[in-house]
Design a binder for this molecule. Structure first.
Ligand SMILES: Cc1cc2nc3c(=O)[nH]c(=O)nc-3n(C[C@H](O)[C@H](O)[C@H](O)COP(=O)(O)OP(=O)(O)OC[C@H]3O[C@@H](n4cnc5c(N)ncnc54)[C@H](O)[C@@H]3O)c2cc1C
Length: 400
């Protein structure tokens, strides 16, 4: 699957950060993690924390799946607003899912601090009404979030303009968001985990997987084999080849980053994360080297050829979207890229066991909150493998 094209900013900026070997021997271990992107890296971190031996194997060079294309906003606010999710799965479950995402941001911050990864910043998040017709729904969303204990403020049109410099009919200001660089975070996690005993193999496609009664056997393209008690699929969107249920709809998304601007003060109030109620939504953030990153303009198809042909057009559209919002900021796009994106029926990820494939778990953080979902997956799955029941898994089950 061609997961991304164009010039993903983190990959351009950082290049190949570290070299990992190919698998060139047979291996027996407790847990194999298939996929070494951000999901696999967090999974290994959590397993090692619980003293469980594991090995990562990836077909690509590490991070070159979706992870290097990520714009790395970390929000507890998932693609389905809380009040709408409550209609779909019940109020308590919806609030629980939102709170798990909220806690995942803190956990990610704590992990970044522990492994000495510095590109992680707490940020407020502003969710604004893209049109006047969206205001009643925004107000409902505010009421619902407030009721469930989230630190939010409702901003009228005047308050949005005065406090945040945004021209919008209304907005919700949330205290708890963050931003990072998923590609660099992934490498930092691998480097830390390797020192704790993890083996990471890349450029090693797995072409055959056999799920037995008490073990799983994986065969690599070069003939070497891995045998384990449990397998974790952290395969990102490519999981569609293993699951025979239509759990995810694949589409295409776009992002563009500006040239670095001189910035003695924030570009906008607190350089907060900004996104809106449009469908598809527009989102933006700033980078550590004073750029502005804008994303959105999604297309409803997965077709790499069609998707890639639109990069320049989408870059122009995203530039126009930004300029409409902040006419006084000169936005000169420097790098643009596109990637495959997946959405589920309720905006929630699929995490946990899949009955047809025994002795395995899935860590599938689909949607705009892929990274916070990866964090939740890593915690829940590590708990389950080490014998602790994780009730949270019910929310993300394949049977929901
Ligand atoms: C443009 C864009 C913007 C995004 N912005 C955000 C954002 O702001 N915030 C957010 O939270 N999320 C965002 N996401 C989503 C987020 O990037 C993904 O959820 C996340 O990167 C997925 O990581 P992963 O490790 O699960 O998958 P991947 O990074 O794709 O890693 C999976 C790995 O599995 C390997 N693999 C698969 N099958 C096999 C096999 N058979 N053998 C060996 N290896 C295999 C692949 O080679 C791949 O490297 C964005 C995504 C895109 C494309």
């Amino acid at each position: 699957m061609i997961l991304k094209s164009g010039y993903p900013f983190s990959l351009i900026k950082n290049g190949l950060v570290a070299t990992y070997p190919k698998l060139e021997k047979n291996i027996r271990t407790e847990v194999v993690i298939l996929g070494g992107g951000i999901s696999g890296a967090l999974m290994a971190y959590q397993l090692l924390l619980q003293g469980i031996a594991c090995v990562i194997v990836d077909a690509r060079s590490i991070g070159l799946g979706s992870t290097c294309a990520s714009t790395s906003l970390l929000q507890y606010e998932i693609d389905t607003p809380l009040h709408k999710l409550a209609d779909q799965i019940g109020e308590n479950n919806a609030a629980k899912a939102y709170w798990l995402c909220r806690e995942a941001i803190d956990t990610l911050a704590a992990i970044a601090a522990k492994i000495g990864f510095v590109d992680f910043q707490k940020r407020k998040s502003l969710y604004y009404a893209a049109a006047r017709k969206d205001v009643p729904s925004l107000l409902k969303e505010f009421t619902s979030r407030k009721k469930h204990g989230f630190q939010v403020q409702y901003l009228s049109e005047k308050e949005a303009r005065d406090k945040c410099g945004i021209n919008a009919p209304a907005a919700i200001l949330s205290k708890d968001g963050a931003q990072t660089d998923a590609y660099m975070f992934t490498h930092a996690l691998h480097q830390f985990n390797i020192k704790k005993g993890l083996a990471v193999y890349d450029r090693t496609p797995i072409i055959k997987i056999r799920h037995d009664k008490n073990s799983v056997r994986l065969v690599a393209e070069n003939g070497y084999e891995l045998k384990c008690k449990k397998l974790v699929y952290a395969t990102g969107y490519e999981v569609v080849q293993y699951i025979d249920k239509p759990i995810v709809k694949l589409h295409s998304t776009y992002a563009t980053v500006s040239e670095s601007l001189s910035a003695e003060k924030p570009f906008w109030k607190d350089n907060m994360l900004i996104w809106n109620t449009a469908d598809p939504y527009l989102y933006l953030r700033t980078t550590r080297d004073n750029r502005i990153l804008v994303g959105g303009r999604d297309e409803d198809f997965y077709s790499p050829g069609k998707r890639d042909a639109l990069i320049q057009k989408k870059s122009k559209q995203l530039t126009r979207d930004f300029t409409k919002l902040f006419p006084h900021i000169m936005f000169a796009p420097e790098f643009s890229w596109t990637g495959t994106f997946g959405s589920t029926k309720d905006g929630l990820p699929y995490i946990g066991e899949y009955a047809k494939l025994p002795n395995s778990y899935f860590a599938l953080g689909f949607g705009g909150n892929g990274i916070t979902f990866s964090m939740i997956a890593a915690e829940c799955i590590a708990n389950s493998i080490s014998g602790r029941n994780s009730d949270d898994l019910k929310l993300f089950s394949f049977n929901r």
